[in-house]
Design a protein. Structure first.
Length: 230
């Protein structure tokens, strides 16, 4: 596993758990608002933490941490992801996976083997606006739709989430997303925040009042929709 970063403590990333977060390298999307752009565009750089160092850290934190969040980049691109998770689970930790949903077979396999305790899947935009939002023309939505259905029917704890960008998302898009994921267990909207590590400059977030209005648009199709981070 190519580990490009390790946050040793998070009380926010894994709901209900005290956890650490592992950042993997590489992504098959090029979202202009990506807040971890260096993990997407500089994957040739040397890992910041070896697997040996990481598991040494986990062993020391047994009884202190509850879980491990695996994020990116896009973790499902890592060929040894399953083996990596098994090692984490063998130490008694729960695992949360962050994913863009474009590798449904990987997701389905990990769930079927009982390796995931929580999944957070990004819904980048409405179906009609997906391609421009992920930076890929002629984007194939089928894998995204498959992953949505896998999670809704899996029994594993999960959430969908959308980072809302003024230049990319309209109220119409939010309504369309709600209809697309209707009945989802959890759905969060979070306003874009400039991390300083972006693929494209000139992106802006909505203010809190605007975000609250967007959440209200989801009440019919996703009653559980909520605002995060504001």
């Amino acid at each position: 596993m190519k580990i490009m970063g390790l946050q040793k403590l998070t009380l926010l990333d894994f709901p209900g758990r005290t956890a650490c977060t592992v950042f993997t390298a590489g992504c098959n999307f090029r979202c202009p608002f990506c807040h971890n752009a260096s993990l997407v565009t500089h994957i040739e750089e040397n890992p910041s933490c070896s697997e040996e160092e990481f598991f040494k850290f986990l062993k020391k934190r047994q009884g202190i941490l509850d879980g491990v969040c695996i994020t990116g980049g896009e973790p499902t691109l890592q060929p040894d992801l399953e083996e990596f998770i098994i090692k984490i689970k063998d130490l008694g930790y729960e695992v949360k996976l962050d994913t863009n949903g474009y590798n449904p077979k990987v997701l389905e396999n990990l769930i079927a083997k009982g390796l995931l305790n929580y999944v957070a899947m990004d819904i980048k935009n409405s179906p009609s606006s997906y391609g421009k939002t992920v930076g890929i023309e002629q984007f194939n939505l089928a894998p995204i739709e498959e992953s949505i259905n896998i999670l809704k029917n899996s029994g594993v704890d999960y959430e969908f989430r959308t980072t809302v960008v003024e230049e990319l998302h309209t109220p119409h898009d939010i309504v369309a997303i709600g209809k697309w994921i209707s009945g989802a267990k959890k759905y969060f909207l979070q306003s874009f925040v400039d991390s300083g590590d972006l693929i494209k400059d000139g992106m802006h977030g909505y203010d809190k009042n605007e975000m609250e209005k967007l959440v209200k648009l989801l009440e019919k199709d996703v009653p559980t929709a909520a605002l995060r981070g504001q």
